[in-house]
Design a binder for this molecule. Structure first.
Ligand SMILES: NC(=O)c1ccc[n+]([C@@H]2O[C@H](COP(=O)([O-])OP(=O)(O)OC[C@H]3O[C@@H](n4cnc5c(N)ncnc54)[C@H](OP(=O)(O)O)[C@@H]3O)[C@@H](O)[C@H]2O)c1
Length: 313
């Protein structure tokens, strides 16, 4: 006679991945699988109003043991919408039916966290300085990564200018949005013309390039106007270099042709990507193995990036 009694098995790790866009990012699916999630389900074109119901649909079916093996990821392109969705999911939990939630729209939270943490580390190492009080110019600052980097740097007390090559009106609109949402102070500047760009570069101590991939936003000739530059960091890994002279591999290498007394150093996209990758991996692991539900937004991404950066020595 065959034995029809079911043997107890470990429940699989399930990740429900929500995005407001038509498709989930393959990058994040890969990262989730490599961090140990066994069943990964994308939910696309999710509206904010659907998040509470989806969350409650995910938490009740597996019992207290199962919820610790269930997680929710929030992707998309809109950094503020994802922050709102994270909050909505958190509020929809019914303890003890509560699962971990991690938001990283377009990789922006983990990428900006890696960028700002590496700048902070190099500023301390090369100059013995802190980011607080530094004049930070973010070129391409109206994008997903730029907005989050602006919020992080401003939260640390930096004097942040968000630049737009499309004009001052767009930069100011984005700056106002994030100031209101996060209770911070940033300003918007237009860098449409070479003269506007060079004037903004002339003021900056830290330049972050977070523009769309494959575009050079600072040429060698522009760099000659960066009279106070200490650090230039570029997240774009697709040629040409987003900031001329800052190679993707650079991690604190001096930049040629900068007029600052004492020179300036560069941080490239692969150095930043290496930290970003570790941060995202660690946050997925934290969700799965922390023993209690966690809610991971960009403050947590930044804490993790600082820990990774500190480990680099
Ligand atoms: N290193 C890593 O690990 C990593 C990870 C993720 C993403 N990334 C990179 O991070 C960068 C930013 O990503 P994102 O998703 O935030 O980008 P995004 O939102 O697509 O674009 C950022 C901004 O670039 C500006 N822009 C568009 N076309 C431009 C042009 N022709 N010249 C100058 N500026 C232009 C736009 O601002 P304005 O029109 O207002 O100027 C836009 O808001 C990309 O290069 C991406 O590849 C790197």
């Amino acid at each position: 006679m065959s034995d029809t009694t079911e043997k107890p098995t470990e429940r699989p790790y399930i990740l429900h991945m929500l995005t407001a866009t038509p498709q989930m990012s393959p990058f994040d699916v890969n990262m989730a699988a490599d961090a140990g999630y066994q069943i990964i389900v994308p939910y696309c074109s999710v509206e904010a109003s659907m998040v509470a119901n989806l969350t409650q649909d995910a938490i009740f079916s597996r019992g207290p043991k199962g919820v610790s093996r269930t997680g929710i990821f929030i992707g998309g392109r809109d950094v503020l919408l994802a922050a709102d969705m994270l909050e909505t999911a958190r509020k929809a939990m019914v303890p003890p039916f509560e699962v971990s939630v991690f938001a990283d729209p377009s990789g922006s939270y983990t990428t900006a966290a890696a960028l700002v943490a590496l700048v902070e580390r190099h500023l301390a190492k090369a100059y013995g300085m802190e980011l607080g009080g530094k004049r930070v110019l973010i070129l391409g600052g109206t994008g997903a990564v730029g907005r989050v980097a602006a919020a992080m740097a401003a939260s640390l007390g930096a004097d942040v200018s968000i630049a737009s090559h499309s004009g001052e009106a767009r930069a100011v609109r984005v700056s106002d949005d994030i100031n209101q949402r996060f209770g911070i102070v940033t300003k918007g500047v237009g860098t449409t013309t070479p003269a506007e760009l060079r004037s903004a570069l002339g003021e900056a101590e830290i330049v972050l390039a977070t523009a769309v991939a494959g575009v050079q936003v600072v040429s060698t000739a522009d760099l000659a106007h960066a009279a106070h530059l200490l650090i230039a960091a570029d997240v774009n890994a697709v040629p040409p270099e987003g900031i001329a002279g800052v190679n993707v591999m650079n991690d604190g290498k001096p930049i040629e042709g900068v007029p600052t007394a004492g020179g300036a150093i560069g941080i490239g996209a692969l150095a930043i990507g290496n930290v970003k990758y570790q941060v995202e991996h660690r946050l997925f692991i934290q969700m799965r193995t922390g023993g209690k539900p966690v809610y991971l937004g960009f403050p947590q991404a930044f804490d993790e990036a600082r820990a990774v950066a500190a480990g680099l020595g």
